[in-house]
Design a binder for this molecule. Structure first.
Ligand code: ZN
Length: 299
């Protein structure tokens, strides 16, 4: 997360739990795509937690670890790349899981930590380290969508990596992105969603999957002045959603000396991984091209 330190402690916070509960209730029984039919596999808890505990506090080493684990998780060499940025920062790291169509789901998390305090385990090693495990989760069977996993660099410097990534896509490439699922600062508790800055279809789908899987998700908006990589895509009207775990009580942990392994609730963290894996598999089945956007880009 990117925070304005001067303001974030005193912000008022709005819970939108009711809105999400309402969407879960209305969507579950009549859904055309039943979340029960989703096929995906789960990385073991030992691997997920082992990677989490192998963090580095150097941003270049963090990026290199994610790249290594992408390869170990089955990302073929031809599909694994780095995107150098204009500024002196580590590159974005990108793994493409080719699908049956040219429609795309982008799965993103920033690899960097803030310069000042803490180990940056919560913000955002928790998110970055899930990318290879989610690749593993989705790659067990052919996918309809091409899924592009991106570890963004320089988020804490002002969404530098995600902005660079989306700015350097062509109009057509942007038009084929049906959704961006970003995660930032997981593991402080059960999964939360930045509902006020989420695409409605993506939010509804999350509600359905949470309902079917009995994995908790509630809506918790990030304070005014804070932001995340999903917003780089929103500038181009690309549907996006950010999942996190931060509540009013735990916000002060971010960018503080308390952002350490000890802050992580491992049961909740693994539940977030399970929910996101199931969610992505469901989106692959259910997301449809946004006709208006595709048409617009073609002209
Ligand atoms: Zn941050």
């Amino acid at each position: 997360m990117q925070l304005k330190r001067t303001t974030h402690h005193r912000q008022s916070y709005r819970y939108l739990v009711l809105a999400l509960v309402a969407c879960i209730a209305c969507a579950a029984p009549s859904s055309a795509q039943s979340p029960e039919r989703i096929r995906f596999r789960l990385q073991t808890r030992g691997v997920v937690e082992g990677r989490l505990k192998s963090f580095s506090i150097k941003n270049s080493e963090r990026e290199a670890l994610i790249r290594k684990w992408f390869a170990e998780s089955g990302c073929k060499e031809a599909n694994l790349s780095e995107q150098a940025l204009d500024r002196k920062l580590p590159p974005n790291v990108i793994c493409v899981l080719p699908g049956e169509t040219q429609e795309v789901i982008v799965v993103g998390a920033h690899t960097d930590k803030v310069d000042s305090f803490g180990d940056g385990v919560v913000d955002n090693w928790t998110g970055a380290v899930l990318l290879p495990s989610l690749l593993y989760s989705l790659s067990a069977q052919p996918r309809r969508h091409t899924v592009i996993f991106v570890g963004f660099s320089g988020e804490e410097k002002g969404l530098v990596g995600s902005q660079y990534y989306v700015d350097h896509l062509t109009h057509e490439q942007r038009a084929h992105i049906e959704g961006v699922v970003n995660f930032d600062s997981l593991g402080l508790g059960p999964t939360e969603v930045w509902a006020s800055h989420a695409d409605k279809a993506l939010l509804d789908a999350l509600g359905r999957v949470a309902y079917a899987s009995k994995l908790q998700v509630t809506a918790m908006n990030v304070p005014e002045g804070a932001t995340a990589d999903s917003e780089s895509f929103a500038r181009y009207q690309i549907p996006r959603i950010t999942l996190h775990s931060v509540t009013q009580k735990t916000w002060p942990i971010l960018h503080s000396p308390f952002d350490k392994m000890a802050a992580i609730k491992l049961n909740d963290y693994y539940d977030s991984y399970k929910l996101i894996a199931e969610y992505l598999a469901y989106l692959d089945d259910s997301l449809k091209p946004a006709a208006a956007r595709a048409e617009k880009a073609a002209h």
